[in-house]
Design a protein around this ligand. Structure first.
Ligand code: BES
Ligand code: MN
Ligand code: ZN
Length: 496
């Protein structure tokens, strides 16, 4: 899809669809006012006739409006003028984008950059426009024999009042498109079933990414390499699987050689049946998404490589399946981690922390400035925060703050949870250095506490995306989160 800044008279542009905003009580934005004037009041008359409420996301599609060269005029509700915030603005944009994606429209000209939104300028508004239009056109049809009706949209023009505004809009759209493409990769991988998207498939995807971008280097560690490194926890999870585990290591070198990298470590469990501690069969298919952490790492690296960010970033994705088998690990088994600590596996379904602890220890060799792990780690996090916020844990306050802010700015929000010493007491084993689970209470926190024991040597944050990485129900599918949050964070690291 092509995104371009547009300057010039909107009414003179031959285009399949012009988009203009309308506030509550039919108060018109500047562009809507202009079209209303040229149509000799017809636009406002129809809005009244249709009883248009003008709430964020309300839509009214008109055809062949007199005085305007566009085939269609899509009017979008924005709510009260003084109340338009980032969320309402994106709700309106997203509704417009979905409507367009379901129609025959091939090109749109959006005038919504003229709408004041809190402290956000043209750059942010243009970025969200590109991101939301590209994302609204996402379809996962790879495995259907008939793809059905696909979106026709191939060009989005963003109307700007000056060359200067057009310049910031172009920069914003480039970012928005790159973030949406990272989200697309993340969603495609997550939506693919476990029989296609195996650890080997994730590794292949990483190899292809490195082919595509010259600043990306990839290395795939095999089980024999893991044995040499002493990754007993990662290997323990993979024991019950016939698919060999992989440890994917991607290095993006956009910064100076001496710049310490940011490390992103993503859980890449391509199917989690629970192992011998087998999960109930209800909705078990959804456990194909248990690699969303890893997929978001690959997606974010694609985004930053496309943007050519002047940063060094390392992506580490431990990938395995978790299945029951005669060879699988059993409750009570004790394994030795790469860090040398022993773990009593009381529940084989708490496997994410096992593959992550070895990947986190491995990450130390890159001397990272910060390490962020991303994982669909606990059902308890979904109980605590639902599907809206990602659970954020950190051993460093300024890192936590920066991630919270990146979540706000990208509307891909996280909420901080405690990592107090008191919770560590729930992790005690009679037979090994620690168990892999705590008691019934505070499951998301004790999982993070487990990881914290392997991250004492660096600034670290953990994102539990069990609730935010996918939609269940009729809309079942991956969300692409937290690619927007991670991309925003990395972009902010360049600016500071
Ligand atoms: N992948 C799951 C966590 C999960 C659950 C993600 C639901 C998304 C939705 C993880 O491996 C797991 O099974 N965790 C257990 C931990 C428990 C055994 C301590 C859980 O949350 O039930
Ligand atoms: Mn599990
Ligand atoms: Zn899992």
């Amino acid at each position: 899809m092509d995104f371009t800044a547009h300057t010039g008279a909107i009414e003179k542009k031959r285009i399949s669809c012009l988009i203009a905003g309308v506030y509550e009580k039919n108060k018109l934005t500047e562009s809507a006012e202009l079209i209303n004037h040229l149509s000799e009041g017809m636009t406002l008359k129809i809005l009244k006739q249709e009883n248009f409420k003008g709430q964020p996301g309300d839509l009214l599609l008109l055809h062949q409006v007199p005085g305007c060269k566009a085939d269609r005029l899509l009017l979008v509700g924005l709510g009260k003028k003084k109340d338009v915030n980032a969320k309402k603005y994106c709700k309106a944009l997203s509704a417009a984008a979905k409507k367009v994606a379901e129609s025959a429209v091939k090109q749109v000209l959006s005038t919504l950059v003229e709408v004041p939104v809190e402290t956000h300028g043209t750059h942010w508004k243009a970025r969200q426009t590109a991101l939301l239009f590209q994302d609204a056109c996402y379809r996962f049809t790879e495995l259907k024999s008939e793809p059905g009706d696909l979106p026709n949209l191939d060009q989005v023009l963003v109307h700007c009042k000056s060359q200067e505004e057009a310049k910031s809009a172009a920069r914003g759209m480039k970012e928005g498109k790159a973030i949406a493409e990272g989200m697309r990769l993340c969603k495609d991988l997550a939506n693919l079933p476990g029989n296609v998207c195996t650890p080997g498939y994730l590794a292949e995807t990483a190899l292809k990414l490195a082919d595509e971008y010259s600043k990306l280097k990839v290395q795939i560690l095999e089980e024999t390499d893991m044995e040499k490194l002493g990754m007993g926890a990662l290997l323990a999870v993979s024991k019950g699987s016939r698919q060999p585990a992989k440890l994917i290591v991607l290095e993006y070198k956009g910064g100076k050689a001496k710049d310490q990298p940011v490390a992103l470590v993503g859980k890449g469990l391509t199917f989690d049946a629970g192992g011998i501690s087998l999960k109930p069969s209800q909705a078990m298919d959804e456990m194909k998404y248990d690699m969303c952490g890893g997929a978001s790492v690959l997606g974010t690296l694609k985004t930053i490589a496309q943007l050519d960010l002047p940063l060094n970033v390392v992506g580490v994705v431990p990938s395995s399946e978790n299945l029951p088998d005669g060879d699988a690990i059993k409750p009570g088994d004790i394994v030795k981690t790469m860090a040398g600590k022993t773990v009593e596996i009381l529940n084989t379904d708490a496997e994410g922390r096992l593959i992550l602890c070895d990947a986190l220890t491995y990450t130390e060799r890159f001397n990272p400035k910060t390490v962020i792990d991303i994982a669909t780690l606990t059902g308890a996090c979904v109980v605590a925060l639902g599907k809206h916020a990602t659970g954020l844990f950190a051993n460093d306050d300024s890192l936590a703050q920066a991630l919270l802010e990146a979540g706000e700015a990208s509307l891909d929000r996280a909420w901080r949870m405690p990592l107090w010493e008191e919770y560590q007491e729930q992790l005690k084993s009679n037979f090994a250095d620690m168990p892999n689970i705590g008691d019934r209470n505070a499951g998301a926190i004790t999982a993070a506490c487990f990881l914290a024991r392997f991250t004492e040597n660096f600034h670290w944050a953990h994102l539990d995306i069990a609730g935010t990485a996918w939609h269940s129900g009729a809309n079942k599918g991956a969300t692409g989160r937290p690619v927007p949050l991670l991309s925003e964070y990395l972009i902010s690291q360049v600016e500071t």
